[in-house]
Design a protein around this ligand. Structure first.
Ligand code: ATP
Length: 474
């Protein structure tokens, strides 16, 4: 939805006297980015195969990223965890997978054609472009210790509104009637299918519809790695409730969503609530809270929980001419349901897990880099390592590897000194390393090393799968 259709902001932009830009900065205690940590993370992500720049051999495509072998597993684990919590573990939520392309009227009804806009300002001196409402988070390209507009030579334009939807044409003729948009959010695919799901699933209100899928926004200032990109995935759930019960459901969903972020291992002290104030709240929303995470570049939204009232179904009813009211048999009444929405970014949450997991430690005079992922989201759960490439150890390790691999993502590595192999696995965030050594041949046990404590225990090979499954929760 037009989440940036912020009544107060628009009013200010449209008025002739736009207040000083810096005064509309959110009260962010981290005005400048800790670029070192982000730089290290970006480089680790490339080196270890989490995230690559799109079309890199052609010089790259700005702010578009591809997930490598470890990244695709990590992001999939995040999405699977969300799906389990939102769909499989509940009786009152159904999943769907709607198409990216939708009827153009959908985006008129939703308000995106008229209002899905960001205010942008250009600097006439350095030609850089900024989101007017995020100037306080940006660095002046001429003097990075200052914000745009603060340096003596800065010459910012008045804010102009810019529609964020990607437009294309359906069929061979590029004319207005053939315009379609790449969806800027997945929610509308849920609203327009609300009655189909209701009829097909025989759910009753209160119930929800969940979806994970791609969304596209022509962001003015994408950046911070995969935090803000132009193509991304959302994990959205719309919960349909009887008007009057929306307040209670809103509070429940706030609690459940915060719990979920902690369940995938995010540090509670780095999570907080941000309540949308009157100037931020979309005009139709009754209440909105963001879950924010403390990134190296400041506190930022990772998920929004919104009480959207009956705005969405009301608009689709009006624009489509189809009745979207719900008949409540128990109460013998008809009403347009209210919607409580939970909307998280899969890529943004994946970035959050990377930032939260990254740590450097001094071990025996060397720096050890660890991605301390919660085992549930770690891309590789265990590595099987023969201590040396002789005495039958590789053969035994290979057999164990194939046993374990049937139960969880595992990795076989026999290259280099064992210490270096442990470090490689620490960097990939692998919670357990199992080493086949001389004793394995004698007593049938392997060394299992814990990534975080680096403690080692011996486990019988017969019991290895059961032991690892218990540890990683598989
Ligand atoms: P922001 O203020 O950061 O632009 P928003 O308020 O527009 O976000 P929503 O429309 O509420 O975001 O989208 C829900 C979620 O989708 C966000 O919390 C975020 O996790 C994710 N998201 C939104 N825009 C992007 C983007 N450009 N890149 C990656 N994820 C995004």
């Amino acid at each position: 939805m037009p989440r940036r259709e912020v009544a107060g902001l628009l009013a200010a932009i449209c008025s002739s006297t736009f207040p000083p830009l810096v005064s509309r900065i959110s009260p962010d205690p981290h005005p400048m980015a800790d670029t070192t940590l982000m730089d290290k993370l970006v480089s680790l992500c490339k080196r270890r195969g989490f995230v690559f720049q799109s079309s890199e051999i052609y010089g790259g495509l700005g702010s578009v990223w591809d997930y490598g072998p470890l990244g695709v597993e990590l992001k999939k684990n995040v999405k699977d965890s969300w799906w389990r919590a939102m769909v499989h573990a509940r009786d009152d939520i159904e999943g769907i997978d709607a198409a990216i392309l939708m009827h153009a009227r959908v985006w008129e009804a939703s308000g995106h054609v008229a209002g899905f806009t960001d205010p942008l300002v250009d600097c006439r001196t350095c030609k850089a472009r900024f989101r007017a409402d995020k100037v306080g988070d940006a660095q002046c390209p001429q003097k990075p210790s200052k914000h745009p507009g603060e340096h003596s030579t800065c010459d910012l334009t008045e804010p102009r509104m810019f529609n964020l939807m990607f437009k294309t044409f359906m069929g061979p003729v590029e004319e207005q009637a053939a315009v379609v948009y790449l969806r800027p959010e997945t929610a509308q695919g849920i609203y327009v299918n609300y009655q189909n799901v209701l009829n097909a699933s025989r759910q009753k209100i209160p119930f929800g519809i969940a979806q994970i899928g791609k969304a596209f926004r022509n962001e003015i200032t994408p950046g911070n790695f995969i935090f803000r990109t132009r193509e991304f995935e959302q994990m959205e759930m719309q919960f349909f409730v009887k008007p009057g019960t929306d307040g209670e459901w809103f509070e429940r969903w706030r609690e459940w969503r915060m719990q979920w972020h902690q369940s995938i291992g995010l540090t509670p002290a780095r999570l907080r609530w941000h309540q949308h104030g009157p100037g931020e709240l979309a005009h139709y929303a009754k209440a909105a809270f963001d879950i924010e995470y403390e990134f190296p570049f400041g506190w930022n939204e990772i998920e929004g929980i919104h009480n959207r009232s009956d705005y969405d179904l009301g608009r689709h009813q009006e624009y489509s001419g189809k009745k979207l009211e719900y008949f409540d048999q128990a109460g013998n009444e008809r009403y347009l349901p209210y919607i409580v929405e939970t909307s998280a970014g899969a890529d943004r949450v994946t970035l959050t897990t990377l930032v939260d997991a990254y740590r450097e430690e001094e071990v025996e005079g060397e720096t050890r880099v660890v991605l301390g992922f919660h085992p549930a989201i770690a891309p590789i759960k265990t590595a099987i390592l023969p201590l040396v490439k002789k005495d039958g150890m590789p053969e035994l390790a290979d057999r164990l590897y194939h046993d374990v691999k049937r139960h969880m993502p595992a990795f076989y590595d026999d290259a280099g000194a064992i210490g270096r192999r442990y470090r490689r696995m620490d960097e990939a965030g692998t919670p357990y390393c199992c080493t086949v050594d001389g004793d394995t041949l004698k007593d049938g046990t392997v060394t299992v090393r814990d990534r975080d404590s680096m403690q080692q225990v011996r486990v019988a090979t017969d019991n290895l799968v059961a032991y690892l499954r218990k540890q990683v929760g598989g």
